[in-house]
Ligand binder design. Sequence first.
Ligand SMILES: C[S@@+](CC[C@H](N)C(=O)[O-])C[C@H]1O[C@@H](n2cnc3c(N)ncnc32)[C@H](O)[C@@H]1O
Length: 189
Amino acid sequence: MQAERIVVELGMGDGRLLAELAKEYEGDRSVAYVGIEKDKNLVNRAKMRLNSQSAIGINSMFEKTLILFHDKSIDLIIMVLPEPNYIDPIHYDKWSEFYGQLVYSKLKNYGILKIVTEIIDDLLEPVSDELYSRQVNWLIETFSGLGFRLIDKKDGPPNGYSSIYLDKFGADSARIRIVTLDLGKHNLT
Ligand SMILES: C[S@@+](CC[C@H](N)C(=O)[O-])C[C@H]1O[C@@H](n2cnc3c(N)ncnc32)[C@H](O)[C@@H]1O
């Protein structure tokens, strides 16, 4: 049976999140979970966790693998703590096309891009509410300019989410604040 629902995690690390998500729908072959990670050692660790038939880990650059999906085929694309090259304002020129074209084209009309990212102060001071709001608003406006609309915003990671970096950063929540943005497509044609 072909999966009716596809969930893809980009930069899945050691697969702990994907394994947890897949567990929720264990036995339901209509949902497929795909994790993509460039680090071979992490993928090997992920493969030991992803023992359900509906979850796979792929060792590749996610740009290269994402392009292989049919357009409008993915329900949920998750990125937890992407590297600066994929989220930082100073690297905008490097990542804007990736989200605005590749990610956008692969999401179903009502698909969601879920980004969980950190807000930090350049001097590693505790993050003020003002800085946090400014950076979060910048992200929302920037993704809006790339064709995405904000569906939901949550201060902190999604409930129940665990990953190498979320678990590491959790210990320093004053200096590393986390925001979760659920972004949908503006244009549904
Ligand atoms: C900051 S880590 C976050 C890992 C995991 N999501 C977590 O929260 O612990 C970013 C991950 O993305 C992977 N990565 C970065 N760029 C990638 C790319 N173009 N293709 C595949 N994986 C990539 C890195 O190897 C790394 O494991």
